[in-house]
Write a protein of this length. Structure first.
Lengths: 140, 143
């Protein structure tokens, strides 16, 4: 995945759409992922299917490569919906959009929706991730 | 538990628990596999200078354990009809043993489809919640 231009947190606003990110997850990536999470489910052993969380992890990685969040940012909640099974033959495109950016005192809340489709334009997964940025100042 | 046994599921039934030992090696492997190289996960010197006082596991690594539990319970239906909605409560650290558990809270059937809702929980060896939330899976009901 080529390196992307990062956007600062202060530049984000509700409705901001991140550049789509395209990726493939070949069998070596899936194997490394399964080893890391110690998942020995028989479902993935013939490399036809892949765990939905590896697609989610790459969608999240695409997001984190695009946004500069201040240190101390906490990932507070996560939603995922797994819609379509995926295989190592698929190509994925991940879309992400800020749906909420809110300040409460020193705390800032950022909520991003994302959607991953395959090469047939079918949605594979959707998600919503929430971050809290403590003690963040717009001046920093 | 497989989907073929959907008719045998009932409210209050526990899913098969998983127990995972968190090691720095696992965290490093996950960083490589997921391309998440945030130093709070992999750089001990950096992490010790933060309020967390040391490295922590990726939240997405712990979520993967929940996903594994749901896959064991519901098979391929989890891949095409699964939903997760969770909150990260406390970090998981190297040396922690995480118990991943789930309990069916409600089964709803409608027009040949079944929606199984489960409360899910990841706890460390001290009983502190690491992740709490709900997972649900939609499946065709078999006769």
């Amino acid at each position: 995945m080529p390196e992307k231009q990062r956007i600062e947190y202060s530049q984000l606003e509700a409705g901001y759409e991140f550049s789509p990110s395209s990726y493939q997850l070949d069998s070596s990536i899936v194997t490394a992922y399964l080893k890391a999470v110690e998942d020995t489910s028989g479902l993935y052993q013939d490399n036809t299917l892949m765990p939905p969380m590896v697609i989610a992890a790459y969608a999240m990685a695409s997001l984190s490569e695009t946004i500069c969040l201040p240190s101390g940012t906490i990932h507070v909640s996560q939603e995922f919906e797994f819609i379509g099974a995926a295989s190592t033959r698929d190509t994925f495109i991940s879309y992400a959009r800020v749906i909420r950016k809110q300040s409460r005192g020193k705390f800032h809340l950022l909520i991003v929706n994302f959607n991953v489709i395959n090469q047939n334009q079918k949605t594979v997964l959707a998600g919503k991730t929430s971050f809290i940025l403590p003690e963040y100042s717009e001046d920093t | 538990m497989g989907l073929g046994q959907l008719t045998e599921l009932s409210d209050g039934m526990n899913l098969l628990e998983l127990r995972k030992l968190i090691t720095q090696e696992n965290i490093n492997l996950y960083a490589e596999a997921s391309r998440d190289f945030n130093p709070i996960h992999i750089d001990g010197d950096f992490a010790r200078q933060t309020p967390l006082g040391g490295t922590i596991a990726h939240g997405m690594l712990i979520l993967a354990y929940i996903s594994e539990m749901m896959t064991v319970a519901f098979g391929q239906n989890w891949l095409t009809g699964g939903k997760l909605n969770v909150r990260f409560k406390n970090p998981a650290r190297p040396g922690d043993t995480i118990t991943v558990s789930g309990r069916i809270s409600k089964i709803e059937s409608n027009e040949g489809q079944t929606l199984i809702r489960c409360d899910v929980l990841c706890e460390n060896q001290s009983g502190d919640s690491v992740i709490t939330g709900e997972a649900s899976v939609r499946a065709e009901k078999r006769a």
